[in-house]
Design a protein around this ligand. Structure first.
Ligand SMILES: C[S@@+](CC[C@H](N)C(=O)[O-])C[C@H]1O[C@@H](n2cnc3c(N)ncnc32)[C@H](O)[C@@H]1O
Length: 215
């Protein structure tokens, strides 16, 4: 087994981004536009975006939910993986982020397929639980408050269709540190891993990406 060094890990991340990078100008320039507009630079990387699109496209792609919109980078990838009449509801607390993302969805030609819901994810989920029928969501991406992932999961589980896919970012670490240092989402990882209704694993992309299928 070749040794995994920090240098090799960084090289592999750069390699993944160059081989599996942004497919067009809109996505390639979005993060820089967002940073110029004062948004934090914490969007997923292009290789993770590509994974989101592939996974969304492997479901019927009728309805997707994202918690944590930021500038719309991951949302564009997800929306592009949905069925032609599919819809993404993406939830964002910060009005400035929501405004920026709405403009990006519009210039990506996705205005009619993406709805930005403004507010705190847990409160919006209470509303969505009343609005949406159980078992109608095909794809979920968790990327808002990491410590709230267990509550997001409990609220979203009844909404997920059999065969639906849930993806969660930062399951091995956050901008502050790694899971062995007390960061990341250990409680959530163990909750979904122990749930007999889900088949879950995590891949070591960026700070850890969990992928789970509702059985
Ligand atoms: C890591 S960023 C999302 C990145 C985005 N998914 C992407 O990859 O392009 C997290 C976002 O969640 C938002 N956020 C923070 N607390 C929230 C909450 N309680 N409810 C909804 N969104 C929240 C932040 O304002 C930020 O825009």
């Amino acid at each position: 087994m070749p040794e995994m060094t920090p240098e090799r890990w960084q090289w592999l991340n750069r390699y993944a981004r160059s081989v599996f990078g942004d497919p067009d100008e809109q996505l390639a320039t979005l993060v820089d536009r967002a940073t110029d507009a004062g948004l934090p630079s914490i969007a997923v990387s292009p290789d993770v975006g590509r994974l989101l699109q592939i996974l969304a496209a492997s479901t019927p792609g009728r309805l997707a939910l994202e918690l944590g919109t930021l500038g719309g980078y991951s949302g564009i990838w997800i929306a592009r993986g949905l069925a032609p009449d599919g819809k993404l509801i993406t939830v964002e607390l910060e009005p400035k982020h929501a405004d920026f993302a709405e403009a990006e969805f519009a210039s990506a030609g996705l205005a009619d397929r993406v709805e930005v819901r403004r507010g705190a994810a847990l409160e919006v989920l209470e509303t969505l639980a009343e609005e949406l029928e159980e078992g109608t969501v095909d794809f979920v991406f968790l990327d808002a408050v990491k410590t709230e992932y267990p509550d997001y999961f409990r609220a979203i589980k009844p909404l997920m269709a059999p065969g639906a896919i849930l993806v969660a970012d930062n399951v091995y670490g956050t901008g502050q540190g790694w899971i062995d240092e007390g960061y990341g989402t250990d409680e959530f990882n163990r909750l979904i891993a122990a749930d007999p209704d889900f088949l879950a694993t995590a891949v070591a992309m960026r700070e850890g990406v969990l992928i789970a299928r509702r059985m």
